[in-house]
Design a protein around this ligand. Structure first.
Ligand code: WT7
Length: 655
């Protein structure tokens, strides 16, 4: 950014209105004053200990925090079961007959599970898994559409002490296979298919293709979600089992396994800067405390709320804020299987109206799509049940924030912009809606008990201004390691400054009131529609194609998606560029990774800009993709390469 642009940007930021908490909201809020921040700051460990006491433990912990940087144990010695905390503990009182999950499908089909019903189903499915030989510590893969059975499968694993690994249903067979093999899962839980825009997504078919390469899988459980598809399924006797058949007459006597606080609860894969996704490991006690506590404070949950988090259970947001956090709080969650614009663009608002949703949590990419579709869609519906809105996954631009505030929140609902990651397990930076002054574009302050700050490259703290986001003290729901590769855990997260400081990979900026604005990733990780994709993963998928010699992938700003994937590709000597090949390469990436990684643009190029030592200069490719003036080119081996590339790119994509 030029100095003039920088000044303009600063002025713009200063002009942004702020929104103090409204007394009507604060009056009934879970957090009504700021004393919680002071209490937490004076002793973060004691703060988390107080939060932990609100859960049900079979045995108390002996040490709250054991910190051997960068490794950490929370509540060590304690025995707890997360499913027990989500279900059993609500059954003694009136929550037994309260809705836990209200589910609706795209075509309007509905199912509701009370806490009592959900508890029974989870126990029964726990016994099904045991019957298939699954025991404590075994890994179970879950590759499911947004069905209640996805949550039931997760909770059943948690109940019997198995470690679940949920793989987003949009991932390709190859991606599913990689994840199953990395964790050596014994069982896969899937469905015959999922629904999206009236079409069936053939999940079992994908799973079958993946399983050709997965020797560790002994059994597959299939939920029947598509009427009449039974006969079309390839059904392998002995390996494949219908969920409903296993559940038939299954006993509901399934005691919750007392887990050590530090026993793994789940693995969830996320993208990093290498071609190989990382299996983020979350443990039981600390994760439960983080998910429980942040749900209660950030979403200000009351007994009467209907909480709708629109994420998919395949992402960490679904784990923490559809399943574990809300259920530990005894809340009612809404779960939706389908697209926001099917059958029409008011599908979400119809749901809000029909189910009287009170707290709504979605992603900026969705908000920008709603804006584009037009104000008339939300205007058609009575959204007056809403009282709190949330945003997650990527920076929310002030324009989208204001639209959300006006057209969904009727200028009445606070908006919590929540920063966190798969690795952090729960929300780290966010407003508390009863006490925080909101500033569009800023996530706000670190939550009580979270020590987040901004450092420069050398590790000096930046009080106001921009630098790198850092977390300087352990928190209960932090990842404990990367599955099977602890050194990678140390290298990626705790080697930027010192072994005590966690590096999330985001740039950030702080204003004079301590509010933090997240500026986006500073590594080779893209954020496309709120989904994290490593540039290296896409590059590996491209060079896997026989025509490709070399590929470099960068992100470009995109109005709806936040970032779009741009690939620069060099073909092998005997290959000719053509638009057919271009489409084929895009399809190849989808085949290797999944539709979420489809490149928006591919440019064939005779050569890529490299340093004299042969390193691809991605920085210059980003300049080209974003139509900026080229940065420093003096280290280039062949300066002509970039000019030629830029001309090609502008000709094709308009710069
Ligand atoms: C990355 C984590 C955790 C929820 C889903 C994404 C970006 C997340 C925000 C926000 C700006 C955000 C960061 C982060 N991010 N929330 N409120 N404002 N950026 O989880 O796939 O692990 O990605 O998403 O860049 O590092 P994830």
């Amino acid at each position: 950014m030029s100095e003039k642009d920088q000044v303009g940007f600063e002025n713009l930021l200063n002009e942004i209105r702020t929104f103090p908490p409204k007394p009507e909201f604060t009056k009934d809020a879970v957090v009504k004053d700021r004393s919680i921040y002071e209490r937490a700051a004076s002793d973060p460990v004691a703060y988390w200990e107080t939060e932990a006491r609100e859960l049900d433990w079979f045995e108390p912990w002996t040490r709250t925090l054991e910190w051997d940087p960068p490794h950490v144990k929370w509540f060590d010695g304690g025995k707890i079961n997360v499913a027990y905390n989500c279900l059993d503990r609500h059954l003694a009182g009136p929550r037994r007959n309260k809705a836990a999950i209200i589910w609706e499908a795209e075509n309007g089909r509905r199912r509701t599970y009370t806490y009592g019903q959900l508890d029974r189903e989870v126990r029964q499915f726990g016994n099904c898994l045991k019957g298939l030989g699954v025991g404590k510590g075994d890994r179970v893969a879950i590759y499911m559409p947004m069905l209640p059975e996805a949550a039931i499968a997760m909770l059943a694993c948690a109940r019997i002490g198995a470690i679940h690994s949920v793989v987003f249903g949009g991932f390709s067979p190859d991606s599913l296979a990689d994840r199953i093999n990395d964790a050596r899962c014994r069982v896969l839980i899937t469905a015959d298919g999922g629904w999206r825009r009236g079409q069936v997504i053939a999940l079992k078919h994908n799973a079958d293709r993946a399983l050709e390469k997965c020797p560790s899988i002994e059994h597959v459980v299939i939920v029947n979600n598509i009427p009449g598809e039974h006969q079309l399924l390839h059904f392998m006797e002995g390996r494949d089992h219908w969920y409903h058949r296993l559940m038939d007459h299954q006993s509901a006597d399934c005691p919750a396994e007392p887990m050590d606080a530090e026993d793994p609860l789940y693995i969830l894969y996320t993208s990093g800067t290498t071609g190989q996704p990382k299996g983020i490991v979350h443990t039981t006690g600390g994760y439960a405390v983080g998910a429980y506590s942040t749900t209660k404070y950030v979403f200000d949950l009351k007994e009467s709320d209907i909480f709708w988090c629109t994420a998919d259970v395949g992402w960490v947001t679904g784990h923490s804020y559809i399943v574990y956090g809300p259920l530990m709080n005894g809340a009612t969650v809404l779960m939706y299987e389908g697209a926001p614009n099917y059958p029409d663009k008011d599908r979400f608002w119809e749901m809000v109206e029909n189910h009287h949703v009170t707290v709504f949590y979605t992603a900026p990419t969705a908000i920008r799509a709603f804006m584009k579709w037009g104000d008339e869609y939300p205007a058609k519906h009575d959204l007056s049940s809403l009282r709190l809105l949330g945003s997650v996954g990527e920076p929310i631009n002030p324009e989208a924030w204001m639209w959300y505030h006006e057209h969904i929140g009727a200028k009445r609902c606070p908006i919590v912009d929540t920063w966190w990651q798969t690795e952090t397990g729960s929300i780290m930076i966010s407003a508390l809606p009863g006490v925080s002054t909101l500033k569009p574009g800023f996530a706000g302050e670190p939550l009580p008990g979270v020590l987040a700050t901004i450092l420069d490259e050398a590790g000096n703290e930046i009080k106001t201004g921009s630098g790198l986001l850092a977390i300087t003290h352990p928190w209960p729901s932090m990842l404990r390691t990367i599955w099977g590769d602890d050194q990678r855990y140390v290298d990626i997260y705790f080697s930027k400054w010192d072994k005590k400081t966690y590096f999330p990979g985001d740039g950030a900026k702080r204003d004079e009131n301590g509010n933090i604005m997240i500026l986006g990733r500073v590594d080779d990780v893209l954020n496309v529609s709120g989904h994290r994709i490593g540039t290296m993963e896409v590059e590996s998928a491209l060079v896997d194609h026989p025509a490709v010699a070399e590929a470099a992938v960068v992100g470009r700003k995109h109005d709806l998606k936040g970032q779009a994937i741009v690939a620069f590709v060099t073909l092998k000597a005997n290959q000719r560029m053509s638009s057919a090949l271009l489409d084929e390469l895009k399809a190849h990436v989808v085949e290797k990774i999944g539709a979420l990684a489809r490149p928006e643009e591919i440019l064939f190029s005779g050569d890529l800009p490299k340093t004299r030592s042969g390193k691809i200069m991605r920085r210059l490719l980003r300049d080209i993709a974003e139509g900026r003036a080229l940065g420093d080119v003096t280290t280039l081996a062949d300066p002509n390469v970039v000019e030629a590339l830029r001309e090609d790119y502008e000709e094709r994509y308009g710069g």
